[in-house]
Write a protein that binds this ligand. Structure first.
Ligand SMILES: C[S@@+](CC[C@H](N)C(=O)[O-])C[C@H]1O[C@@H](n2cnc3c(N)ncnc32)[C@H](O)[C@@H]1O
Length: 276
């Protein structure tokens, strides 16, 4: 395991315990326990594109503390969540024990997913919302997705747009393109003791490493892995306040630019299928 990966996992272990706080508002954990029909904003946003997943065998890669995973279970899927953070998986298991939802969880690096799960056994691979930026190579990820899918099965990806990842979120006076839009071997290093939910708690594992992947690189990686692209829709909004101080929250819970709305895509939904 690389030191980049170890540092990222230590950071995610700490974030998972903060994000799973029953009184925290960021992930609305207590609401998922009280309201057994509540869906996460991320899953709800894509319902028209997702179609019926009732009875489908689904793996949710980089599932974090399981709020999207249990939302997929609430739509009738037989779902397994996978994440490399043991703390995130422990919190996800506790959450479904409390909500009564039916979902399994495994601890694994996403690159090892096809050795801990049965290759070719999933109708749907679901992932995104801050997932790909933690992976050094998008071609290796696409190969894992293709290996997990049954013939005829699909990948469903909603992700922050690579143009958004190339913006400097610390400068709030305007949009600033500062970081590579393209995948680079060297990661972008960060050092921060905060996370993206409102909390007084501070992180001690502050160093993290991220990689951007261009839209062309993502599409090409999926095509090279043998998948067919069925849908690629860019959105002018994103489910978290990605550019603090420059965004407005819409009634559907998504964040869009408060000035010059629509000047750049902020996220996208992609669906790709493994030919039968
Ligand atoms: C921003 S979260 C994913 C978002 C998720 N949709 C959510 O908000 O519930 C990123 C997740 O990726 C996981 N992760 C990062 N690198 C990983 C890797 N190499 N293998 C598996 N999981 C990884 C982290 O532990 C974290 O839970």
């Amino acid at each position: 395991m690389s030191s980049f990966s170890d540092a990222n996992r230590a950071n995610w272990d700490e974030r998972a315990s903060i994000h799973a706080d029953r009184s925290g508002q960021g992930y609305r954990i207590s609401q998922f326990i009280e309201d057994r029909e509540l869906l996460s904003g991320v899953v709800r946003f894509d319902l028209p594109r997702l179609g019926s997943i009732a009875g489908k065998r689904v793996v949710h890669l980089q599932c974090h503390i399981g709020t999207d995973t249990l939302s997929l279970a609430r739509l009738g899927a037989r779902v397994t969540g996978l994440d490399f953070s043991p703390v995130a998986i422990e919190e996800a298991r506790k959450l479904v024990a409390d909500t009564g939802d039916d979902a399994d969880f495994v601890v694994s690096d996403v690159y090892d997913a096809a050795s801990v799960l049965t290759p070719g056994s999933f109708d749907l691979v679901y992932t995104g919302i801050g997932a790909l930026c933690w992976l050094p190579r998008v071609d290796r990820w696409a190969a894992v997705v293709a290996e997990l899918l049954a013939p005829g099965g699909s990948l469903f990806l909603r992700e922050g747009h690579p143009i958004l990842w190339s913006m400097d979120e610390t400068l709030d006076d305007d949009l600033h393109l500062r970081f590579s839009y393209f995948e680079r071997p060297e990661p972008l290093p960060w050092d921060s003791d905060t996370t993206y939910v409102d909390t007084y708690r501070r992180l001690t594992a502050t160093r993290t490493y991220e990689w951007n992947h261009s839209l062309g690189e993502i599409v090409t990686a999926l095509l090279s892995a043998g998948l067919r692209i069925d849908l690629l829709e860019e959105h002018d909004s994103v489910p978290w306040e990605a550019l603090p101080g420059q965004m407005l929250r819409r009634p559907d819970g998504e964040f869009a630019l408060s000035e010059r709305d629509g000047v750049a895509p902020l996220s996208y939904t992609l669906r790709a299928t493994k030919p039968a």
